[in-house]
Design a protein around this ligand. Structure first.
Ligand code: PCA
Length: 220
């Protein structure tokens, strides 16, 4: 099974992005722990135009069986397994190229939303069993993370590949939380990048198990 996993680079006030850091560490760990998996990784820029070009280019050149997007969700206290991507780009702040779409559809011809086609509940269950805090989430926002999740699912629906696609939001890293926090009450929740990497391995393991078992069910 071939899986594309993408993280994001720095953006806005975040000079580091733990999603990109974790995705960068993933190939070495996955080679040991999931030897049968063909893994392709990339760190996307936080730019609507360039992220779209890179992601669609990778989906077409690599033709992965599954796509897992990963991004930073500042304020998240656990891994958020996203369930829905909406056809909306509504940026509160400009992207890294200064573009700021407001109230724009991602594709005027596309459906209002797509559900993740990863086995999201099985993933959450397995993460918790392995001691990693995780929960389902019903909004990936309206910025780049929702954008790449929608694009992945839209591509899957239109072209037939990847067969499965979904998205994981990760908390700030401990280092970020330590430097961003102002006082006792102002420390945001955080997770170590190592735990995020372990969590992504679990996501991949569950996806591979389902795929290899020919299990067509989604969600459960
Ligand atoms: N998080 C942002 C964009 C890039 C990232 O890592 C988001 O949640 O949309």
């Amino acid at each position: 099974m071939k899986v594309l996993v993408t993280g994001f680079g720095p953006y806005g006030g975040y000079s580091e992005n733990p999603s990109g850091e974790a995705v960068g560490l993933l190939p070495e760990v996955a080679a040991k722990e999931l030897p049968g998996l063909e893994l392709v990784t990339a760190v996307l820029p936080v730019s609507f135009r360039r992220a779209r070009e890179e992601l669609l280019g990778l989906l077409d050149s690599e033709r992965p069986d599954a796509y897992v997007g990963v991004g930073l969700g500042p304020g998240a206290a656990h891994l958020r397994i996203e369930r829905v991507a909406v056809n909306l780009a509504d940026a509160r702040t400009p992207d890294e190229d200064g573009e700021q779409p407001v109230d724009e559809p991602i594709d005027p011809e596309g459906p209002a939303a797509y559900f993740s086609t990863l086995p999201v509940k099985a993933i959450v269950r397995r993460l918790r069993e392995e001691g990693i805090p995780a929960a389902l989430s019903y909004s990936a926002g309206t910025f780049l993370c929702n954008y790449v999740m929608y694009l992945g699912l839209h591509h899957s629906s239109r072209r037939g590949y990847p067969l499965r696609a979904g998205f994981v939001h990760v908390p700030l890293s401990h280092r970020q939380a330590a430097s961003l926090g102002r006082d006792w009450s102002g420390i945001p929740p955080s997770m170590s990048v190592e735990t995020v990497v372990r969590g992504l391995l679990v996501v991949l393991r569950v996806a591979v198990e389902r795929f290899e078992a020919g299990d067509e069910r989604v969600t459960v």
